[in-house]
Design a protein around this ligand. Structure first.
Ligand code: ATP
Length: 286
């Protein structure tokens, strides 16, 4: 793998909260998923890599550009697309005006070329037909696509997406996944999400964070394999389970250390994720 992004020893503390604790990683092309419970440090890591906030310690580079120098930071920002958790739309802007505004911030100064680029990215996310509509009139799924279009301005090599599928219905989420997969061709995409299906369906690689640290780094299949032989069904709640719940059929689905002779099930990526969090000392809902 030729790394697009490499980071070593990133740490950042907010008062008593150690949001990032010695995080090192290397990312190449394709979509990498970032999973973790609330407060794990996912947004903080994305914000640091997007140069929105500096780390207290550590270093990183994107496409060879080091944000520690003003010139490196400027070059890095030119190659970066960032979809933050709250995109900060002005609701009275049309989709075109918002993306155009972002394009101006990205220093696309030639008006005709900039407008061509705005039309191109809105086409790319299938919003050509509504580009003159006010953002407040668009559905949640369309708004997220406007935010993705804004992140795609200037054809960035590194795309940072912070929980882009949150609040979308299943159909919108599926549509958005297609767009992310498309965006991941020839680019490095880092996608934070609470949806383990996003990772299972989209990502060639997955990182799991908890307590500001990376607890797992591998393929989705490797994360799923962590739960092999550790998921079982029972007719009663099983005290051996780290997590367990009654399913729609009335049986209990358990994740943990099964008793002898347990009726084992095929694990999912979510099972592997839950067991990884348990190993990291994070709370696993039972
Ligand atoms: N601006 C801030 N000021 C103070 N504390 C912060 C700030 N941003 C994050 N934190 C703290 O840093 C830790 C990591 O937060 P972060 O938002 O990065 O987690 P997260 O994994 O993105 O969570 P979520 O899934 O809820 O978005 C938490 O303890 C959080 O309360």
């Amino acid at each position: 793998m030729i790394p697009t992004v490499s980071a070593s020893g990133l740490s950042l503390r907010y008062g008593r909260a150690q949001a990032l604790d010695d995080v090192s990683l290397r990312l190449g092309q394709g979509v990498t998923g970032l999973l973790g419970p609330n407060g794990a440090g996912k947004t903080t890591l994305l914000r640091v890599l997007a140069t929105a906030v500096p780390a207290d310690r550590g270093a990183f580079a994107v496409l060879g550009h080091d944000p520690a120098t003003p010139a490196g930071r400027q070059e890095l920002r030119r190659r970066l697309g960032y979809l933050p958790q709250t995109p900060g739309f002005h609701p009275d802007f049309t989709a075109f005006e918002f993306v155009d505004y972002v394009a101006i911030l990205k220093e696309l100064t030639d008006r005709a070329a900039r407008h061509r680029e705005v039309r191109r990215v809105l086409d790319e996310v299938d919003l050509a037909d509504v580009r003159g509509k006010r953002i407040k009139k668009l559905s949640g799924g369309m708004r997220q696509r406007v935010a993705l279009a804004a992140a795609l301005v200037g054809d960035p090599g590194f795309l940072v997406l912070d929980e882009p599928t949150v609040g979308l219905d299943p159909e919108q989420r599926m549509r958005f996944r297609e767009l992310i997969a498309q965006a991941g061709e020839g680019r490095t995409v880092l996608l934070s999400t609470h949806q383990t299906e996003d990772v299972a369906m989209l990502c060639h690689r997955v990182l799991v964070m908890a307590g500001g640290r990376i607890r797992f780094d591998g393929t989705p299949a490797e994360l799923t394999a962590r739960a092999a032989g550790r998921v079982w069904i029972s007719t009663e709640r099983d005290p051996a389970a780290k997590a367990g719940w009654r399913t729609g059929t009335g049986t209990f689905r358990n994740v943990g250390s099964p008793p002898d002779g347990a009726d084992l099930l095929e694990p999912t990526l979510e099972d592997g994720y839950l067991l990884t969090l348990d190993g990291a000392g994070a709370e696993v809902a039972a």
